[in-house]
Write a protein that binds this ligand. Sequence first.
Ligand SMILES: Cc1ncc(COP(=O)(O)O)c(C=O)c1O
Length: 397
Amino acid sequence: MLSQRARELAPSPTMAIDARAKQLLAEGADVVNFSVGEPDFDTPDTAKEGGIAAIRQGFTKYTPAAGTLELRRAIAEKLRRENGLEYAPEQIVVSNGGKQSLYNAFMVLLDPGDEVIIQAPYWVSYPEMVKLAGGVPVVVETDARTGFKMTPDMIREKLTPRTKVINLNSPSNPTGVVYTPAELRAIAELAVEKNLIIISDEIYEKLLYDGAEFVSIASFGPDVKRLTVTVNGFSKAYAMTGWRMGYAAAEKPIAKAMADLQSQTTSGPSSITQKAALAALQGDQGPVEAMRQEFDRRRRYVVERLRSIPGFDLEVVPQGAFYVFPNVSALFGRTIAGQRVENADDLGMLLLEKAKVALVPGSGFGSPNHVRISYATSMERLKEGLDRIERLLRESL
Ligand SMILES: Cc1ncc(COP(=O)(O)O)c(C=O)c1O
């Protein structure tokens, strides 16, 4: 009955653990959740007030499919001021989250069989979105030896006449790795040389640590800007995941196609959310920095703690986002709490059952030797969860 498209869609690979965690919680168990992909902070008041005012003022009707002009202007201004990118409002399309922006981009850029370079470890949705759009994900495996980054040579090896897009995500989910400006520049040069589109997911832009520098790849010059779709959003920077607000900036024909697609599928995002997003951009940016600092404090804590947890090898200290991605393969083949652990999925389930800690096995990110720990949770819960993992492993090994 179902279409081939639906049948080929991989369910979220973290579902088994997620479902079990929810079941345990429903039964009243005290589960420490390290699997979340959203800031645990509240949305800043400026954004909330913007949304409330929109409701009160009756700003509750359809907006243009690409978003209101005032919001697109404010985003253009943000991109100019913070990222050195000149875009006209007609080059900007706001959507229901960065997720929809990315999906729109793949949908308007890919013909059947077009190939998209995606690095592993990857955010789970990229390959599925590419497939839904008729494209073929071409995975470039990376590991700690290249700092979980692709080099132009690694990309070159995967290029074929069908390669159309290079997908980038820095700072990265799940590794927290940040490409340096020089590394991005080298990829930009390759894209220009081969005339490849870049889809640059910059959603974790604000979450940088240890002096890491963020640069938008499109800012290296007109040649690469012409080829780039810059994607960003409000979920991570402004703790607005539930509001659903993201955007893309691109050359006019691409932006227009994305807006047209959106007009026939979902229409513009919520009018109320658009006002909240505008208020977030124009209001006090203090909360963004406050969140970053708190994330940094937790990051340092987790990094330190992982040094003494047996079998958790944090090969690369992350400089962005809110995840750490340790290699746990030293635990494979071991028996822990009476159970044999063959892979990261087994370990994830074991930690959930025996330590009541939920984390995400790397298999879903195309990296089976790792697990992802999100530190978007309070210091107390972080400490509690890490204590439990450490205790269980020390008792068993
Ligand atoms: C790398 C990456 N890109 C995009 C998104 C999408 O976020 P949203 O649709 O909430 O803007 C996420 C969310 O987890 C993410 O981790």
